[in-house]
Design a protein around this ligand. Structure first.
Ligand code: GLC
Length: 788
């Protein structure tokens, strides 16, 4: 139980530290420091982006292409920076920051300052250190000062609340089944964080795929230590100061989401045990009959034949093509699960196994034997997804699914999760592949220790690239449990096996916010909770919160109480319908937020501080969120509650349900009976709404409604066909709306539509809260509406 007891102390060898700087050399993109045999490189990649690399031997590893998409030399050249030297230090200055490297008296330390001389990310204590741990294993570490008042966020997937100070956070992808607020290593690892105080904000990406850990003031208050089992230290420092700027740069480095199909933003219905055609047909009948909007049905492991990946169970799913066609006519898309473990089944006419063996695609141990672990199909082997030819092969295997009409893939168990004996056998325990197993492509061949964290992400990449080829014109949906920095390029992410308990509902929002702050914008938690039985009240509250998740999927475990919305009685069913309908009404807004995430890296679901970084009061608020810039929700996540305190940041706020207006910078007590999740629209906010539909493409949008809160604001709506890749060729439309106050009137300006795509003929109703509405036929021309 290390998550409860912490790790036992062990005797550790002492750290070697960098000596003073002996030589300095200016490089076209930075400065090189020679300190004895050690080398420290600083590379100025942009005015707010510095890469710091340190090698104790003076030798640096070749570039790894896995997470960082832009190599140093690919950044725009000629970032202006100045270098000054004094007896004690070297000072490098860009337009945004100053870096001071102390050369004497004792050792080299790197320090950062903003233009107003405010310090951040200063090396402290030991500075940078390294040591040998035996068996060829080495470790590097860096100690940085945490400034007073600084708060820490991001760190990928982290159970618990929003701010992460005082924790030890390990980056090592793990099947974290039954995780709690105390669990450290999770399914997904992103060694990136954001530090914030009122005037200063920076991000740090620890560029190592080896095991790594942040100690955020746990061992020594006010000292952040980062360490990794790699031979060199490599990190990117990103100055903001605003969170949006930090994320823009971080996602320039590791990539952004690609625009998903619009249907993937609708409601997803999932459960482990939709295990036959009959059951699926009954399910979709219930959804349509009860008018619960839904776009996607997920099929869990039971659709397969004996859990063999890329097969269908011939008894329970005798004609998948017909089933999926019929579902398609009713407006449903189907997503099937795919796990990485391939059933060990020699000479049994299982081509996935046979081909993989023949082509030597499965991971081997250091002594050349094919590695085996146990997963759902029993004994299994694992493809080496780091190799491009393996990814291509795996991608192509999805044809068995796409040919039947499957539109998206759910990648699970890809940490990879496995046991040392068959699931269910007593005494079985989780295992990892041996760290010295060879892995990776010929030109980047390495050992498993370096690629473990990448395994799930590379599986998702194989899947994404396969679907892109197979489904040609259409966009696909990929969902993954494991991943690493940059996973957003290939896949959406869900937070694994949560429980049907109030605590898991509570922590879902901060978990998703921290993922968003780590560049992973398309995220969701299992609505209703995966393990255990939800109560009606919990389920109703969870569906309300789920409406805000970028990925809105309800999922539950086999052998639990059924969790479909109608299983909890008519009152809860009506609440679920109401909030799923709101999700569909909000789709033009949410779709635009996805476009923003794809073009700027901005999260879809945002903690309050994202928009109010100077307001300290927002720093610890984890139970209120902003969906995009305008809409704030203050959900209820406790039983028996019909009121809650809500913090309204500066400005004016309008109650989404009643239109009542509140001055900000204060707390209010909001009414929140079971039917109501308090929501507020920020003054100047503009939210487009579509009519309710049973699925995203059911009808063309003939009426678009803009809900506007009096104030000053501007917002651009993004639209396209929602399904094909033609948006990449310019088939999109944007419309910029502005609102401002003039004398005692509210003016709404609609700029002329841009882009080549034309929406379906429609009327637009502009509703200014408290002042009534005006309607016009949308011809794409400029318009100015005055409300008084
Ligand atoms: C894992 C997944 C869960 C899935 C189950 C069966 O526990 O996290 O979502 O339902 O496996 O495939």
């Amino acid at each position: 139980m290390p998550e409860f007891t912490g790790e036992l102390p062990v005797r550790e060898p002492a750290w070697n530290l960098i000596p003073s700087v002996e030589n300095i050399q200016r490089h076209p993109r930075g400065v090189d420091f020679q300190c004895g045999v050690c080398y420290l490189y600083l590379r100025i990649l942009a005015p707010n982006l510095v890469r710091v690399r340190f090698s104790p031997t003076g030798e640096f590893r070749p570039r790894r292409s896995w997470a960082v998409t832009v190599a140093d030399e690919e950044w725009p050249p000629a970032v202006a920076f100045e270098v000054q030297q004094t007896e004690k230090e070297v000072i490098i200055e860009t337009e945004k920051i100053r870096i001071q490297v102390e050369r004497h008296p004792c050792r080299c330390r790197v320090k950062f300052f903003d233009r107003e001389n405010r310090p951040f990310a200063h090396d402290t204590g030991l500075g940078i250190g390294w040591r040998q741990l035996g068996a060829g294993k080495s470790q590097v570490a860096c100690w940085k000062r945490m400034e007073a008042e600084e708060k820490f966020y991001g760190f990928g997937e982290r159970p618990g609340l929003l701010e992460q100070k005082g924790k030890r956070l390990t980056n090592w992808t793990t099947d974290s089944l039954d995780y709690t607020m105390l669990t450290d290593a999770m399914y997904l690892a992103v060694p990136f964080f954001m530090a914030l105080r009122p005037q200063v904000g920076y991000g740090l990406f620890f560029n190592t795929t080896f095991w790594s850990r942040f100690d955020v003031g746990a061992e020594q208050p006010d000292v952040l230590r980062m360490e990794t089992f790699a031979g060199e230290l490599d990190y990117y420092l990103i100055y903001g100061p605003e969170p949006a700027e930090i994320l823009r740069t971080y996602t320039q480095l590791t990539g952004r989401i690609t625009l998903p199909p619009r249907w993937a933003l609708g409601y997803h219905q999932c459960r482990w045990s939709y295990d036959s055609e009959t059951e699926v047909r009954q399910l979709v009948y219930q959804l349509r009959h009860r008018r619960i909007p839904c776009d996607v049905i997920h099929l869990d492991i039971d659709y397969m034949f004996g859990f063999r990946v890329f097969t269908w169970n011939p008894k329970r799913f005798p004609d998948p093509k017909k089933l999926l066609d019929d579902l398609g006519r009713e407006g449903f898309k189907v997503v099937t699960i795919v796990d990485p473990g391939v059933k060990f089944e020699p000479q049994a006419d299982y081509p996935v196994y046979d081909e993989g063996i023949e082509k030597d695609y499965f991971l081997r141990t250091a002594d050349g034997k094919i590695f085996h672990g146990y997963v759902w199909p029993g004994r299994a082997v694992f493809p080496d997804f780091l190799r491009p030819e393996v990814r291509q092969w795996w991608g192509e295997l999805h044809r068995n699914l796409t040919a039947m009409g499957v539109a998206g893939i759910w990648n699970d168990m890809n940490e990879p999760a496995m046991n040392d004996r068959p699931f269910g056998d007593e005494g079985g325990k989780k295992i990892f592949l041996p760290m010295d197993a060879p892995a990776g492509p010929a030109d980047e061949r390495t050992t498993y220790a370096e690629i473990h964290n990448l395994y799930g992400m590379m599986m998702a990449r194989a899947c994404y690239e396969g679907l892109e080829k197979l489904r040609k014109r259409s966009r696909s949906f990929v969902l993954t449990r494991s991943g690493y920095a940059g996973v957003q390029k290939w896949s959406a992410v869900w937070t694994g096996d949560n429980h049907s308990l109030w605590e898991y509902l509570e922590m879902s929002l901060p978990m998703l916010c921290n993922l968003g702050l780590s560049g992973v914008a398309f995220v969701g938690a299992d609505i209703g909770g995966f393990a255990g039985d939800a109560t009606p009240e919990l389920f109703a509250r969870w569906m309300q919160v789920g409406m805000l998740y970028p990925l809105m999927r309800a999922h539950s475990m086999i052998n639990t109480k059924r969790h479909e919305p109608w299983e909890f009685g008519p009152r809860v069913e009506a609440i679920c319908r109401q909030y799923i309908e709101w999700r569909y009404r909000l789709l033009p807004y949410i779709y635009t937020l996805f476009w923003e995430a794809a073009t700027t890296g901005a999260p879809i679901l945002r903690p309050l501080f994202y928009h109010y970084p100077r307001d300290r009061k927002t720093y610890e608020i984890y139970d209120q969120v902003l969906l995009g810039p305008w809409l704030m929700a203050a959900p209820v996540y406790r039983p028996g509650t019909d009121k809650r305190m809500v913090y309204l940041p500066e400005g004016t706020w309008y109650d989404w349900w009643t239109g009542e207006c509140y001055p900000g910078s204060t707390y209010i007590l909001a009414d929140a009976p079971l039917e109501k999740m308090p929501m507020y629209l920020r003054a100047g906010g503009i939210v487009p709404l579509a009519p309710v539909m049973q699925y995203t493409g059911e009808l063309p949008v003939k009426e678009l409604r803009l809900r506007v809160a009096p104030g000053t604001g501007e917002w651009t709506l993004y639209e396209d066909d929602g399904d094909t890749l033609e948006y990449r060729q310019g088939m999109w439309a944007t419309t910029t709306y502005g609102v401002y106050l003039q004398h005692r009137q509210v003016v709404v300006e609609i700029q002329a539509r841009q882009g080549q795509w034309t929406p379906h003929p429609r009327t637009v109703t502009v509703e200014v809260m408290g002042l009534g509405e005006q309607e016009f036929t949308d011809d794409g021309a400029f318009r100015r509406l005055v409300f008084s």
